[in-house]
Design a protein around this ligand. Structure first.
Ligand code: ADP
Length: 261
């Protein structure tokens, strides 16, 4: 199970990294190819420089093809969105989570029974939950408690002005809190970086939280961390709530389209 988790984290992060790099790289390549083309057109084909520039263009085209392949790979991980009840996901994973955290860690569940629905990818939400719980466990080698909470939260403009990480709206909050070792400010600054880890070789990949961050951002949500050395850590994940479950939205005739071709 652990090995599987590590593998999934790795693939997820590599996919996102590759996608991000390929995207930026492609933009730069387009500039290189564009200017190469302009200069090519300024030269006569029998110019010595013409042939050399043709080589530049050829290499550029090859690189562009490679980045297109990379982009295709990273886009394979498209989100399969659907209305989800986070409480249900927690419930389904509970047995496995208990096994994962072991016997010297107490698990508390505080779930809001009237939790709003989120529009999310089930597999990815499971991954978020698992990654955060594995980290909590690793922060408590001598035992402690782990708390999983869900709640409905709304942020107004006023709140978001005072908390720059928040965006106004209705959210479902998933909180994972542990009574573990906590983190200092320096560590906290870096935890979402891919490959950042404080764990021993072989135990940590540094991809768990980068993956969590990527998934939450893809769902247009937010992650916020509170931590105190020696006391514990709280990860708050906010996912945009669906106003109403899909089956409650009355079917309406589509709006007439005005103008356009
Ligand atoms: P990994 O778990 O492989 O180290 P992560 O990206 O999941 O990679 O975590 C990065 C680092 O963040 C960890 O090595 C650890 O230092 C810190 N961290 C994450 N979660 C916690 C937590 N609940 N308590 C204390 N430190 C944490």
């Amino acid at each position: 199970l652990e090995e599987q988790l590590r593998q999934a984290q790795k693939m997820e992060a590599i996919g996102q990294l590759a996608g991000g790099v390929a995207h930026d790289f492609n933009n730069m390549l387009q500039a290189i190819l564009g200017y190469t083309n302009i200069v090519l057109h300024m030269l006569e084909p029998d110019d010595k420089r013409y042939k050399k520039l043709m080589e530049v263009e050829k290499a550029g085209e090859k690189a562009a093809q490679l980045t297109r392949q990379l982009l295709a790979f990273s886009r394979r991980q498209v989100l399969k969105l659907g209305p989800l009840d986070l409480n249900q996901i927690i419930d389904d994973l509970l047995k496995m989570l208990r096994r994962l955290i072991g016997e010297n860690i107490d698990l508390n569940l505080v779930t809001d029974k009237a939790l709003w629905t989120v529009n999310a990818d089930r597999g990815q939400m499971e991954q978020v939950l698992l990654n955060l719980c594995v980290n909590a466990r690793d922060a408590m080698p001598d035992g402690g408690w782990l708390s999983i909470e869900t709640a409905n939260v709304s942020f107004d403009e006023d709140y978001c002005v005072r908390h720059d990480w928040a965006k106004p709206g209705d959210y479902v909050l998933l909180s994972i809190t542990d009574s573990g070792c906590g983190m200092d400010e320096e560590t906290k600054q870096r935890i979402f970086e891919p490959f950042f880890t404080t764990k021993d070789q072989g135990r940590g990949t540094g991809l768990g939280l980068a993956t969590v961050y990527g998934i939450v951002r893809q769902h247009e949500g937010m992650v916020y961390v509170y931590s105190e050395v020696g006391k514990g850590t709280r990860f708050n994940v906010y996912l945009p709530a669906i106003e109403k479950p899909a089956d409650e939205i009355p079917a309406e005739a589509p709006e007439p389209v005005s103008g356009g071709p």
